[in-house]
Design a protein around this ligand. Structure first.
Ligand SMILES: [Zn+2]
Length: 104
């Protein structure tokens, strides 16, 4: 069982309704501190209308799934049309390595 990072007490699964959206995490049995994963926090932010600028909805296109790139990311990284996106599965999710074909 995981321990509370505040008091090292035992924690239990916990959920609450906040702004009409259920959020699931853990609560310390001793000090009552609550903990939520970053994924769960993000889900809650999106569902309560606080969607961060760098979040995109995954959409179905034919038999594929598609996401668009945030404009700010495009400006800051020099990604452009006809670049190649190389996907790598990493512990945190998916890393997209951009390859500019003309520089190869
Ligand atoms: Zn605690």
């Amino acid at each position: 069982m995981k321990k509370c990072i505040v008091c090292d007490g035992d924690i239990s699964e916990y959920s609450e309704i906040s702004e009409d959206v259920e959020i699931n995490g853990w609560k310390c049995n001793e000090c009552e501190e609550t903990f939520f994963t970053s994924n769960e926090m993000l889900r809650w932010e999106v569902l309560t209308g606080r969607r961060p600028k760098n979040v995109r909805k995954v959409r179905k296109m034919g038999s594929s799934l598609m996401v668009t790139l945030p404009n700010e990311l495009v400006k800051n990284t020099g990604i452009h049309s006809d670049d190649l996106a190389l996907f790598k599965k990493v512990k945190e999710g998916i890393l997209i390595e951009i390859v500019h074909p003309e520089a190869a």
